[in-house]
Structure formats: C-alpha cells, structure tokens
Design a protein around this ligand. Structure first.
Ligand SMILES: Cc1ncc(COP(=O)(O)O)c(C=O)c1O
Length: 444
C-alpha cells in the first residue's frame, strides 16, 4: 500500500498517527507501551493471518481481542454484511434481524429471557449496572480486582487489561484520571476467587466468570456458585460479564459450563461477528424495567444495527456443537504444547486454559487472583512478544491479554505457533543468560 509516492511503513504511519490520534491508537490496548517498539498497522486479514502495511504476514492470536472467532473475513460473515449493507446501513426503526438475534441469544443462554442490543461491551456492562441499581433501588456495586468491564466510570477501579499500566485504582478510588471520586464511591473491589460477604446495600456483583484481562484465571471450585448464594442471601443481583466468554467457551458461555444462573449477563465481541456490538439480557421482570417498558433509561442510535446483527447471526450460525469441540481441543493442545516448548527453551511459563481461551503467564505458578497475575515477569513477556513477532506470530502487545485460537487456526498453523515459540523462548532465554531446560532422562 502506498501514500501515492512511496511505500507505507509502520514507522512512518505511526509517526503520522501520533500526530493526529492520541498515542497513535484508538484504543490503548493496541499501543506497544507495555512491550516497546512500533505497532504494526494492519492492511488486511484472512483466516488466521493478518498482513501489515509493509506486507509482513503474521499468524494472528489477537483476533480483535476475541471478537473474531471464525477467522478474519469469513466468507459467510462477509456475505451477510455485504447483503445487509445493500439494504441500508441504519434506519432508526426496528428490524427482523434484531428479533432473530435476541431469540438466538435466548436459545443459547436461557437465563437471558429478554435481551437488549447495544454497540459495545462497555455499553452492555454500564447499562446492566444502571438496570441493577434501578431494579434493586440500591447503589453499591461489587467488582473484582483485575476484572475489566469496559471503560465506564464506575467500573474502571482496579481493572486489568491495559488499565493495569496506567493506574493502581482500588475500592472507591478512580481507575483513571477524569473519573470523579463520587462516581466510584459506591464501587467495592474484592479479590477474585474469594466470595465476598455482602450486605443489603449491594445492588449487584459483577464478575468475569473466567477472568481474561489479567492473563487467564479460571474460577476456583465453588466461587461462582458461592457468589450466586451470597447474592441471593442479601437480595443483590449477580451480573456475569461474558463479553469474552460468551459464545466462545461453549454454546451457552461460562454460565452453562460452570452451571451458574445469573440475573443479568453482558455480551460483546463474538455476538457481533467482528462488528460493533454489545448486548445484555436477563430475567424478564428485571429487563422490563428498561425504557420504554420501565423507568431505567437506556438508548442508542446504532443499537441493533443492521450490519452488526447480520454479522452476529452469521457468526453464531457457524458455532454449532462440533465447532465448540474443535475450539476446546485446539486450545487445550496449544496450551500444553506452548508450555512445553517455552519451558524447554529455558523460560518459566504457565499456560492456562479455559474452553477456547489460552493464557500465557511467565512465572512458576498458576495465578488465582490479580496479585498473583501481577507477579508475572512483564519484561520476559515483552521480549517473548517481540521474538514471536520476528517469527511471524502476533500476540497481544500486553502481558495481561490472552490468546484467542479460533476456527481458522488449523493444525499446520498451530504447529507453526509452537515451533516459533520454542525458537523464540530459546533466543530470549539465551539473551537473558538462562540455560535451556535439560531434557528428561529416557524412560522417566
Ligand atoms: C470482559 C470484558 N468486558 C467488557 C469489555 C468492554 O468491551 P468493549 O471493548 O467492546 O467496550 C471487555 C473488552 O475487552 C472485556 O474484555
């Protein structure tokens, strides 16, 4: 690609981007602040691969941070969007596809008796919070350290993902400049994987059922069931943030997998097939408090957008039971072989897995909460990230993000990732003066 005179480079484009876009990116998680260097600018993508503007091809493990599950530019999704666009891109009036998508969500996630479409995961969690407060008549919200629920004021406190690099945050302490103390005065932050004791001031507990913004931290046995019990004890609502896990770790998301029925659920990413979508749903009597049925106001010009609902329906149509078996098998294979390859290269890593999600944790024990997760060796991740990029594999440029193997990551691609990881780990370990692990004696 050219600017008309000379070939574009990532370097040159980033310099122009920084001049006109804060930090050169439209979402902080895309910046290379945590790993150093210049972001690659994507020109196009297909299946498991992305190409940058310089023509380099990478195996893409970012997959739009989980929004893409069937691989980039899947023909069925592209065709659905193309057809929808030909009929108009937005109307300001309801459409059949909104009904179809809400029905499809309810069929997969029965706790969502009613569903409201929005345009992002942030909007979904923000709106679910308002609804929980409106329904219960209470103000207090409990979230967990290291969980990320988007960038609304009340939920930024002690968040994972890229927020980890800008602010400490804590209970009642803003997680970003510009968030007034009053906005988080009713936000309580608790450690992940420990059931907090609630009282009758709590409107809701919001949780990522599998934490995927502090690396990947699965819920310990009894955590989610314990949250359900504790919410019931005090009359608080349980809100599952399934923006990442929804339609990804199983047909019915984490709630199906772990057998917990929330009052409200938030979705994003997969349910939009790679377009701008969020959704939240839950018990009918709660959802009917939303305007225009009830007094809790929530609205959006582009909510339930024709292109986004077409893409979402097309994506979900690809996700049958076989697809979930494939996704789970791939993730389990990848976690096992990545861990072996990287450890053999001389770095200490734990690869965590839940459904089709894989975490990469440079440290010697599996994290159970945010304190553990933050003990990860960030500099090792940065070095490994660049060594992988040099070998044609794009991981997310931050140590608290995860890997998103999808339907396009077939066996040859998976083997290439593991081979690259073995080589990358050995290079990073050598540069750090670490010896490769000794092979186990035969027969042991
Ligand atoms: C668990 C979770 N909730 C909410 C969000 C916010 O979604 P969005 O970026 O679409 O606003 C994210 C984004 O990564 C997320 O991971």
């Amino acid at each position: 690609m050219t600017d008309g005179r000379r070939p574009l480079t990532n370097e040159a484009l980033f310099a122009r981007a920084v001049d006109v876009i804060p930090g050169g990116v439209n979402s902080p998680v895309r910046a290379f602040g945590a790993v150093g260097g210049t972001p690659y600018f994507v020109a196009r993508a297909k299946g498991a691969h992305v190409w940058d503007v310089e023509g380099h091809r990478y195996i893409d493990m970012v997959q739009s941070y989980g929004a893409v599950i069937a691989g980039h530019a899947h023909p069925k999704i592209v065709e659905a969007v193309r057809q929808a666009a030909g009929d108009g891109t937005s109307y300001g009036a309801p459409t059949e596809r909104e009904v179809l998508l809400a029905e499809e969500i309810r069929a997969r996630v029965p706790s969502c008796e009613k569903v409201r479409m929005v345009s992002s995961g942030t909007e979904a969690t923000m709106s679910a919070l308002r609804l929980a407060r409106g329904f219960t008549g209470r103000d207090r919200v409990v979230k967990f350290a290291g969980n990320y629920h988007g960038h609304s004021d009340a939920l930024l406190a002690d968040s994972g993902s890229a927020v980890a690099h800008i602010a400490a945050g804590a209970a009642g302490v803003p997680g970003s400049a510009g968030v007034p103390k009053s906005a988080v005065a009713e936000t309580i932050v608790a450690p992940f994987n420990v059931v907090p004791v609630l009282d009758d001031r709590v409107a809701c507990v919001i949780v990522e059922p599998v934490a995927a913004n502090m690396g990947l931290v699965a819920p310990v046995e009894g955590f989610l069931a314990g949250l359900r019990r504790e919410c019931d004890r005090v009359g608080a609502l349980l809100v599952l943030d399934e923006v990442i896990t929804g339609f990804r770790i199983g047909r019915g998301g984490a709630q199906e997998r772990f057998g917990v029925r929330p009052d409200l659920t938030c979705f994003g990413k997969v349910v939009g097939g790679g377009l701008n979508v969020g959704a939240f749903g839950g018990r009918g009597e709660i959802m009917d408090r939303l305007a225009p049925a009830g007094p809790v106001y929530q609205a959006g010009t582009l909510s339930g957008n024709p292109l986004a609902t077409a893409a979402g329906l097309a994506a979900l149509s690809l996700l049958d039971d076989d697809a979930y078996v494939t996704l789970r098998d791939r993730a389990a294979w990848l976690a096992r072989h990545l861990q072996d390859a990287i450890n053999a290269g001389g770095l200490t890593v734990r690869c965590t897995v839940a459904g089709s999600l894989v975490g990469l944790y440079f440290g010697d024990r599996e994290p159970q909460d945010y304190d553990d997760a933050r003990r990860a060796e960030e500099s090792t991740y940065a070095a490994f990230f660049h060594a992988m990029l040099d070998r044609g594999v794009a991981l997310a440029p931050g140590p608290y993000e995860i890997l998103f193997p999808g339907l396009a990551h077939d066996d040859p691609v998976m083997s290439q990732i593991v081979d690259a990881a073995a080589d990358a780990a050995a290079t990073v370990a050598r540069a750090a003066g670490l010896a490769p692990a000794q092979p186990s004696p035969a027969g042991s």
